[in-house]
Design a protein around this ligand. Structure first.
Ligand code: BGC
Length: 757
């Protein structure tokens, strides 16, 4: 036995040797470098200034150039092109005393030049291989263009449709959000950060940013630790466990202290509990904003940030300008500055920048690897899989490629809006609009006639705010009735109407919260006029959030939610409208009936007065609206139909670490092949603390040919029953569990088990 143990130990040691040896090598390198560094140079590494306007050929004369030469800059972000990045890197490695290379970041959020669907859309594919692939392609393109660090994945759980940044995340669910966080980190970082086509991930916005009160961006968040640990923190933890190289602090406060100065969050949870070994950067001027938060002047808040565990200061230069003084005054220690400087140097080391500062600056790759036909083909297929068919009464869809199709709406002929929010690297002349996509798809087989039909909104000032960053619509100043009439005229001469309506790209994203989450009135009036023609209407809904479309659900026969599909959006929309691709996306956020119901999410608590059917006095409900959503979490239709058998369990009485097998047989009952996302939910019926009415615990996306049946089995272990209890201990409790399997969070088949310890 002893011999066996000794052998096992030896194997263990040998197996871990390469990683340990690499760490030791890195440590020795950084130790030696840091010995040569002055205090100013060390603090310089913590500084991530805004790049300003760096023009190729003039970088050397910019303000930033002097700072780089003086060793006062650790990295730069959102500079686009190898030529510019190379020029700036040259300043660092030729002009600065210690020749420490810069790290180059960018908001590569959902693709680089080849843009994939906005993250909320991508999450609706429920396909982790696709998610990883999209991040892999984004990394390949960005790294070919000089970038080695992305401010992604954004993994903030969001349950409030008013919050504009709900578009940038993966929806409301911590289980699905954690899977996606992992896939994104893997896609960006690959298996070796040193490779020239992998980039470092930066997990954001840590933490709880998605719970801003009233859905207003940057607003206060306040919640119990139990909710944090069970619902909001899991995706950040999953990303840390997956080896993400860096984290970004969020703007909001947590427990009354801004995240940027929150030691509990940055050190106790992130580093001590989760074992995170990378560096933490602030969000844009996150340190300076703590003055407005009201916790001190710049010197004070900067010291608090460093003490909390922040390593890099984005844009605000509080560290650059105040840390030396704070050190003199004993507000911070040299050990803390050293620790942060070391983590940033280590990140550069891991990226291979000390071996070759131009590793990511290969002009040839920039020419061959970006916006390639292959990448665009993937983006097209990913986009089609992100769309969610919400309604298809009388099988209006798919459309035939014959006759005349009227394409109407302010979103129909705008390339610029197709990529959606946060598409920093996109060339807006390149995306495929719906009009172009439909025309390309039908060729000369059918006629596509187009009219805008309405402005984005009646309010010109609102429309201007919703069309920022080169995404303006070009306002039609004629009377609304005249613009609508033009659309009605072409509709009357057509066989079917496709109405491309909803939000513009900039109606979601940062600082784009809305208190009204419906389709703007100008477009609603257009839709009403189109419905009046009596022609079949297909609503192609553009959205960066779950929208309140109760009336549309009642009145429009077919609705396809397309989010913002990226560079190839128009082609992908045509693929689905004409049935070349059968839609399979499922919602990852609940669609409420009206804004008054939000925050709304499927995994809610039962309360002491749960509602049976609406309305009952002294029950948890509203006087004016039921508790139902319009579309529940997990919902989405297909051009075929699926039936589910009852749930079959391998046992109804389990003990300890046994595995429960829960299965259903799913049958494609229609006459088209299709994909279905089979979802597993569990309810812990009695707990030491109250538990949600159901929680997603597994899913499988399967292909089913017309008429085909497949049995889908989920292996459930006590691990799947664990939660953070009152003492924040992660464990499971014996008792009854309901095992639910179905096509969405509402339509499930249920069976019960008893699980003892
Ligand atoms: C956003 C971040 C982004 C950063 C850098 C901030 O305003 O909150 O998500 O990464 O800017 O562009």
């Amino acid at each position: 036995m002893k011999r066996f143990l000794r052998l096992a130990l030896l194997v263990c040691l040998t197996a871990s040797l390469p990683a340990a040896a690499q760490d030791a090598k890195m440590k020795a390198f950084v130790d030696a470098l840091m010995k040569k560094m002055t205090l100013t140079e060390k603090i310089g590494q913590l500084n991530l200034p805004g790049a300003g306007d760096i023009t190729t050929g003039q970088a050397g004369n910019s303000d930033i150039a002097k700072k780089i030469a003086d060793g006062q800059v650790g990295g730069l972000f959102n500079i686009k092109s190898v030529a510019k990045i190379k020029e700036v890197q040259r300043l660092a490695v030729e002009k600065s005393r210690l020749k420490i290379p810069l790290i180059f970041g960018m908001d590569v959020i959902h693709g680089y030049e080849t843009v994939f669907p906005i993250p909320l859309g991508l999450s609706c594919s429920w396909d982790m291989d696709l998610v990883e692939k999209s991040a892999r392609i984004a990394a390949t393109e960005a790294s070919a263009d000089g970038i080695n660090w992305t401010f992604s994945p954004m993994v903030d759980i969001a349950r409030d449709a008013r919050w504009g940044r709900i578009a940038e995340g993966n929806g409301e669910d911590p289980y699905l959000g954690s899977q996606i966080a992992r896939a994104m980190v893997k896609g960006y970082q690959g298996d070796d950060l040193k490779k020239n086509n992998t980039i470092m991930a930066c997990v954001k916005h840590y933490a709880m940013y998605g719970a801003a009160e009233a859905g207003r961006d940057y607003n206060t968040t306040d919640m119990s630790h139990q909710r944090m640990y069970n619902d909001y923190l899991p995706p950040y933890k999953a990303a840390a466990d997956a080896g993400a190289g860096s984290f970004m602090a969020s703007f909001n406060e947590v427990d009354g202290v801004p995240a940027t100065a929150n030691k509990w969050l940055m050190t106790d949870v992130l580093r001590k509990q989760w074992g995170f070994k990378g560096f933490v950067v602030t969000d844009y001027t996150g340190i300076n904003e703590m003055v407005a938060h009201g916790i001190g002047d710049l010197k004070e808040v900067t010291a608090r940030a460093l003490n909390a565990g922040i390593d890099m200061d984005m844009v605000g230069e509080g560290m650059l300008t105040t840390l030396q003084q704070s050190l003199k005054e004993g507000k911070v220690t040299m050990a803390q500055i050293d620790k942060s400087c070391r983590l940033i140097l280590e990140a550069k080391y891991k990226l291979g920048l000390f071996e070759d500062p131009y590793r990511y600056c290969d002009e040839n790759r920039a020419k061959t690897d970006v916006f390639t036909a292959g990448n665009r083909a993937v983006a097209r297929s990913v986009a089609a899989q992100s769309f969610v068919l919400l309604k298809n009464q009388g099988n209006v869809l798919p459309l035939k490629k014959t006759g005349t199709i009227a394409l109407v709406g302010p979103l129909a002929d705008t390339k610029e809006n197709m990529p959606g929010t946060w598409s920093v690297a996109a060339d807006f002349s390149k995306p495929i609009s719906v009009l172009q996509g439909l025309k390309d798809a039908v060729g000369d087989k059918a006629k596509i006639v187009y009219a805008k039909g309405s402005n984005l909104d009646y309010d010109a000032a609102f429309e201007e705010r919703a069309g920022m960053f080169g995404k303006a619509f070009g306002r039609d100043n004629r009377p609304a009735a005249e613009i609508i009439q033009e659309a009605v005229n072409i509709a009357n001469q057509s066989d079917v109407i496709v109405a491309a309506l909803g939000e513009s790209a900039e109606m979601s994203g940062e600082s784009s919260s809305r208190s009204n989450i419906e389709i703007p009135q100008a477009q609603k009036d257009l839709l009403a006029a189109l419905l009046k023609t009596g022609k079949p209407v297909v609503l192609v809904l553009f959205a960066g959030r779950p929208m309140a479309i109760k009336a549309e659900n009642e009145n429009v026969p077919a609705i396809l939610n397309v989010w913002f599909g990226g560079s190839e959006a128009g082609s992908a929309i045509a693929d689905v409208l004409f049935g070349d691709v059968n839609p399979s996306g499922k919602l990852t956020t609940t669609f409420p009936q009206n804004v008054g119901q939000v925050p709304m999410y499927y995994a809610h608590k039962n309360t002491g007065r749960p509602l049976g059917t609406w309305f009952e006095k002294f029950r948890s409900n509203y006087l004016d609206v039921s508790n139902d959503p319009v579309y529940p979490f997990g919902y989405g239709l297909s051009y075929t139909s699926f039936s589910y058998s009852d749930v079959k369990l391998s046992s109804t009485n389990l003990k300890g670490q046994q595995t429960l097998k829960a299965s259903v047989t799913v049958t494609n009952t229609g006459n088209r092949d299709g994909k279905e996302v089979v979802q597993l939910y569990i309810r812990d019926v009695v707990g030491s603390v109250t538990r949600p009415v159901k929680e997603l615990k597994g899913f499988q996306k399967i292909d089913l040919k017309a008429g085909e049946s497949k049995t889908v089995t989920f292996d459930i272990t006590p691990n799947d029953l664990k939660f953070y209890n009152y003492d924040l201990k992660y464990d499971w409790e014996a008792g009854e569990f309901q095992i639910m399997i179905g096509a969405n969070s509402r339509d499930v088949k249920t069976a019960s088990v008893n699980w003892s310890k």
